[in-house]
Design a protein around this ligand. Structure first.
Ligand code: ADP
Ligand code: ZN
Ligand code: ZN
Length: 736
């Protein structure tokens, strides 16, 4: 290290695991330079790259005269506060992921480029006092202005120019005219929303809700962690909102994470109806501009509620008061590629750093969370009754061995469906597999239709009459005759399209809707389906796990789990946990109204302990026995894991890379870690690449992580690493 005058240590979005040293430009006032500022620098051959200053220093590994000056400072103020910056550094260390990539993935994508932040500052249009009271209908001469004014009045909160133009294209002139009349003004993000209007809950909290709320309120000023454990429909969201009210009244902000599927417009509306405050939304459906504006509102403290999916965890809050993660067990909280973080674990880390309480909500908590409850690290709060007095469903395990079947549906299930439909109720059938048939094969010579890139069977989709590979997305023309022997090919295994076909012929008068990824691609499709379900237009719903979560279907009285056996015999040690969660979540759709619900479970393995324990003793009992198993075999949460994942076109390259890596890690750690590999991934070949893993395990988190950085540095230099794509997965959640 050599001592120098002021040096800027800059993070740049590159896979290199380090910061880069630059000198200030001549124009900058040195006193204004600070961590969190964005700067433009030349980097390699690129002349204008955006960087974020992470630290100021007087030392560099490089001689002073080798250091380049930055081009210029992009913003007047930092875009990341020092506390948040240190959280990002923590994440980079913990996940062993390059600091530049971590910092840039935490910025809204508009700010990853070098346009100044002020571009996003002043684009909100809101009403003036005069505008709020003005009778829009009076502006007969100016219909466009009248429309705009009405829109803003109904909306109550200011709108971005983008939002306005998307509804009223080319309305800039009308906006300006309204401004001249003193009816609207242009504002900085969220200015006007200092107004704090919180509406009353329509309900009185029940006993469980009240005691949970009180318990959390008692320790609202320290970073306690709560598991709010309640069946779907037990009123968790009401508890969240009651607590949010007191946090917001105290001038603080709430961050709420929802699973990808849970963040529907209806869900957001529920919060908007209750809280007429500035609400920042963070999910991938927003435009870059909107997302940046909401992000700025969160940072500045103007937004009182920040609500979003996984990536919302990276939103900086000026004044956090409460963290909530709903359906904490949901797999969508774990990023499965690139920077593989867990939003749930990060939220808990944030909570302890910020001394802010965090609520983990779930009807089916993860084993990690239940384990932490056992260890008294989390407080367990239970909502035992369903809020609106609905009863839990009745289960019926249906042994379908040798039974009369209509495709995937047994006669017994058909009879039950008939009964429920006759009683004017709705029926939900669950099968976690879209398409028509899962195999296309030749009975005579054994030929199978397989994707050559994945070596796995194609799924036949009848609607488009094509074969689709569900692993890499490739599609292919459907064929009816065996290419080898010309015999007619057979279709085996059922998907949701097949159930739809069977039921349509059995129940020609019923309205049947299939809800899966294929039928909900269009923007409002899911919303339209949900409306139709609620209005009672739909009699039978067929769906994949899209339907399993979060939604309220008060008139569904019968749920059929068509193929409960899938996943019973997986080699992934988390498979039973996931299956149990899915099982409970699907069942939770039933009987949410006043009517009692029934769940029929079709299985070829009725004696399997998973069903027996779940149905007879419930989810918590089942998880306790799973925890004992994990304890005996020293699996997480009783130990810690990291995966090294590698894939290559040539399977030997991938295996060789893992073998070398294993040797190196053993050397670095004196064989202190448990290493298993190369183990083929559950999907061993995908898109033409062979995929292998090294499982690294230890019962001490510290020793597990101690040598990883050195090891990764070696791996990056190793000659095999050029031939493979590889990545590290800390606290992996699946073996796919
Ligand atoms: P969860 O978040 O656990 O799924 P919700 O908070 O969404 O549960 O509540 C489920 C339903 O019960 C909602 O329709 C909600 O409006 C209603 N509800 C919640 N709390 C009460 C209460 N104390 N009294 C009556 N109804 C309630
Ligand atoms: Zn054949
Ligand atoms: Zn494929």
């Amino acid at each position: 290290m050599i001592a120098h005058p002021l040096i800027l240590r800059v993070a740049i979005a590159t896979p290199l695991r380090r910061l880069f040293d630059y000198l200030p430009d001549d124009a900058s006032n040195l006193n204004n330079l600070q961590p969190g500022l964005r700067v433009s620098v030349s980097f390699g051959r690129r002349k204008d790259v955006t960087g974020v200053v992470v630290a100021l220093s007087n030392q560099s590994d490089f001689p002073y005269n080798k250091l380049k000056k930055i081009n210029h400072v992009i913003d007047r103020h930092s875009v990341i506060g020092s506390k948040h910056l240190s959280l990002l550094e923590w994440a980079s260390n913990y996940y062993h992921y390059p600091i530049g990539e971590v910092i840039f993935s935490a910025l809204p994508s508009a700010l990853r480029k070098n346009n100044p932040i002020t571009k996003y500052d002043e684009k909100f249009w809101g009403l003036t006092k005069k505008g709020v009271a003005f009778e829009a209908g009076l502006m007969k001469q100016a219909p466009k202005q009248s429309q705009l004014l009405k829109y803003l009045q109904e909306r109550k909160i200011p709108a971005t120019e983008e939002e306005i133009y998307s509804i009223y294209p080319r309305s800039k002139q009308s906006l300006l005219s309204l401004k001249d009349k003193g009816l609207v003004t242009k504002k900085t993000a969220g200015d006007s929303d200092n107004a704090l209007k919180i509406n009353k809950s329509p309900f009185k909290l029940n006993k469980d809700q009240k005691s949970a709320t009180n318990e959390i309120l008692k320790s609202i000023d320290n970073g306690s962690i709560f598991l709010l454990d309640g069946l779907t429909g037990s009123g968790k969201t009401e508890v969240y909102m009651t607590l949010m009210e007191s946090v917001i009244r105290a001038g603080k902000q709430c961050l709420i994470l929802l699973p990808e599927i849970g963040l529907t417009p209806q869900q957001i509306q529920r919060f908007k109806d209750r809280f007429e405050v500035n609400i920042a939304i963070q999910h991938s459906g927003l435009s870059d501009t909107e997302r940046t504006q909401h992000w700025l509102a969160a940072r500045s403290g103007k937004a009182k509620i920040i609500i979003g999916t996984r990536s919302a965890i990276w939103t900086e809050l000026a004044n956090p008061g409460l963290y909530i993660i709903d359906e904490e067990h949901d797999l969508s909280y774990k990023q499965q590629d690139g920077f593989r973080y867990s939003a749930r674990d990060m939220l808990i880390t944030r909570a302890s750093r910020d001394k802010v309480p965090v609520i983990l909500g779930s009807a089916t908590p993860s084993l990690e969370t239940l384990y932490n409850v056992k260890k008294d690290r989390y407080k367990h709060l239970i909502l035992s009754t369903r809020a609106a007095n609905a009863k839990p469903p009745k289960y019926r395990l249906l042994d379908i061995r040798g039974k009369k079947m209509h495709g995937p549906i047994s006669q017994t299930l058909v009879d039950e469906i008939t009964k429920h439909l006759n009683n004017k109720n709705q029926v939900l059938l669950f099968l976690n597999r879209r398409g028509y048939a899962v195999h296309l094969f030749c009975h005579s010579c054994g030929w199978k239709a397989e994707c050559t890139r994945c070596d796995l069977p194609y799924t036949y989709h009848k609607n488009i009459n094509r074969l689709v590979c569900h692993h890499c997305g490739v599609t292919k023309r459907h064929i009816e005759q065996c290419p080898d022997c010309n015999e007619a090919l057979l279709l085996m295994g059922h998907g949701t399209e097949r159930i739809e076909e069977v039921l349509s012929s059995l129940f020609p008068k019923a309205t049947i809707s299939r809800i899966d990824r294929d039928t909900t691609r269009k923007k409002n499709a899911m919303h339209d389906y949900l409306e139709k379900i609620h209005s009672g237009e739909i009699d039978i719903l067929i769906g994949t796990q899209m339907l399993a979560k979060g939604h309220h279907f008060p008139n569904v009285t019968l749920t059929g789990i068509v193929d409960a056996d899938r996943g019973l015999f997986s080699t992934d040690f988390r498979a039973s946990e996931r299956l149990a969660q899915l099982f409970m979540q699907v069942s939770g759709r039933t009987g949410r109204g006043v009517k009692e619900g029934t769940v029929i479970v079709q299985t070829y393995n009725p004696e399997h302990p998973l069903f027996q324990q779940l149905i007879e003793h419930g989810y918590n009992y089942f998880c306790n026995s799973l925890l004992q198993e994990r304890d005996h075999s020293s699996l997480p949460p009783y130990s810690y894991m990291v995966f090294l994942r590698a894939e290559a076109h040539n399977s030997n390259d991938a295996k060789q890379f893992i073998n070398d890596a294993t040797m190196q890690l053993n050397q670095l750690t004196n064989n202190k870690l448990l290493l298993f590999g190369p183990i083929p991934a559950l999907i061993e070949k995908r898109s033409g690449r062979y995929r292998y893993q090294l499982i690294i395990q230890s019962d001490s988190r510290k020793s597990l992580h101690a040598q990883l950085d050195n090891w990764l540095e070696n791996l990056e230099k190793s000659k095999h690493s050029k031939k493979v794509r590889w990545s590290l997965d800390v606290d992996p959640q699946d073996m796919a």
